[in-house]
Design a protein around this ligand. Structure first.
Ligand SMILES: Cc1cc2nc3c(=O)[nH]c(=O)nc-3n(C[C@H](O)[C@H](O)[C@H](O)COP(=O)(O)OP(=O)(O)OC[C@H]3O[C@@H](n4cnc5c(N)ncnc54)[C@H](O)[C@@H]3O)c2cc1C
Length: 373
């Protein structure tokens, strides 16, 4: 598609919308308006990775997404290496940790937002405090609310309400009612677990553990890392990752967490330890040791039934969104001219470690290449 003199509207100035705008600023003959409901752009990107923004992973594996086939296909067209090169070309210096998680070298997410909003030409118009309510198509032009300008191409990049307080979730993406796109219900992913038969006395305890998610007799997923015990359940990166696999189950009945507290040795001989020691004070976090004193438990398998995940406002990403059957591999909506969808508005979610920002950026890169053709 030749986009000479085309007017492009992007709804949402988050990770994917800003990445696309930055790319399109390389073509000064395009006019691009980016509509953002907030006063500041890139709010979730700034909050990402605890303010450091884990912007992608060098080793993106499709099986860590809920849509492995689609992501596998995406990776055949856009790789983490291409993303790394793109950021480098834009002047963003990045560093990777031993797990392949990539961060800005500044260790500051604002740097990423600053790079993405440092446009190559003045063809990009950031329109903040524009909460888009309605979009209609008249002929081959898109009309957005009462904006005087009419647009040739529309890109929807308005993400999901995950991580937002419930008050701000209401009416989120309300303009999507103007489109008849198949949408799967939004549920929290990358969130903590609300547990049953859980002792509040553990609240505030942090420890390393090997944590397994079981459904009945079947091991669904197992990870090692730090977990935090809360008033009514557990959280931490390991737990958030397990919640992603929990969400992908067709039914979540009979699910439980098994926490192996002897992470340094899965088969640590507790009987031998207790033959030489009166209690587990020297072995476990004090809160866990106190709980053990009252209710002795198997320290290789501290088990709690899962009631649910924590709510969407505490989640890092939403499971659900616009069904992938609505788009083709270029992120273009099928049977609708000049309509594209990017990032988390789609029903794609990955685990922690840069997977979700990778998807947001990679989808924007694919659409950017298409619009610049
Ligand atoms: C606390 C937290 C930490 C995270 N950490 C990481 C991490 O380290 N690594 C990682 O890979 N992922 C992380 N994520 C997930 C990641 O931030 C998101 O998946 C990603 O930002 C999605 O990008 P997006 O462009 O689709 O949506 P967003 O970045 O959410 O952008 C959507 C934009 O659209 C705007 N918008 C919405 N509706 C409208 C409307 N009607 N009109 C106008 N504007 C609108 C929103 O205000 C927003 O600015 C984290 C998420 C959270 C909540």
């Amino acid at each position: 598609m030749s986009c000479k003199h085309k007017h492009i509207a992007i709804v949402g100035a988050g990770a994917s919308g800003l990445f696309l705008a930055k790319k399109l600023s390389e073509a000064p003959n395009l006019e691009v308006s980016v509509f953002e409901k907030n006063r500041q752009v890139g709010a979730k990107l700034r909050a990402s990775g605890g303010g450091k923004a884990n912007i992608f992973n060098r080793d993106i594996r499709p099986e860590h997404y809920n849509q492995p086939a689609f992501v596998s296909d995406l990776l055949s067209r856009y790789t983490p290496e291409q993303l790394e090169n793109q950021f480098a070309a834009w002047g963003l210096v990045t560093v990777a940790d031993e797990e392949g998680r990539v961060y800005p070298a500044s260790q500051f997410s604002q740097t990423v937002v600053d790079v993405l909003t440092d446009f190559a030409s003045d063809n990009i118009h950031l329109k903040t405090e524009h909460n888009i309510q309605h979009i209609v198509k008249e002929g081959d032009k898109w009309i957005i609310d009462d904006e005087p300008e009419k647009f040739d191409v529309l890109v929807l990049a308005s993400g999901s309400p995950a991580g937002m307080i419930p008050k701000n979730q209401r009416g989120y993406n309300g303009y999507l009612q103007d489109f008849s796109l198949k949408t799967n219900p939004l549920q929290s992913s990358l969130a903590g677990f609300l547990l049953e038969n859980y002792p509040k006395s553990l609240s505030g305890c942090r420890t390393k553990a090997i944590v397994s998610l079981f459904q009945d007799k079947k091991l669904i997923h197992k990870e090692f890392g730090e977990i935090t015990f809360k008033d009514d359940g557990v959280s931490g990166i390991v737990i958030m990752n397990l919640s992603a696999y929990y969400r992908r189950l067709s039914s979540t009945h009979d699910c439980r967490l098994e926490i192996n507290l002897t992470y340094w040795d899965e088969n640590f001989d507790i009987s031998a330890y207790l033959r030489n020691n009166q209690n587990v004070t020297g072995l476990l976090h004090p809160k866990l040791a106190a709980f053990y004193q009252q209710h002795p438990f198997d320290i290789h398998r501290l088990t709690f039934p899962i009631a649910d995940t924590y709510s969407l406002d505490t989640a890092q990403v939403a499971h659900g969104g616009i069904d992938l059957s609505e788009i083709d591999y270029r992120f273009k909506v099928k049977n609708v001219q000049n309509l594209y969808l990017l990032g988390e508005i789609l029903d794609v979610d990955g685990v922690c470690g840069g997977y979700n920002l990778f998807f947001a950026f990679a989808s924007a890169a694919v659409v950017g290449a298409e619009l610049l053709r």
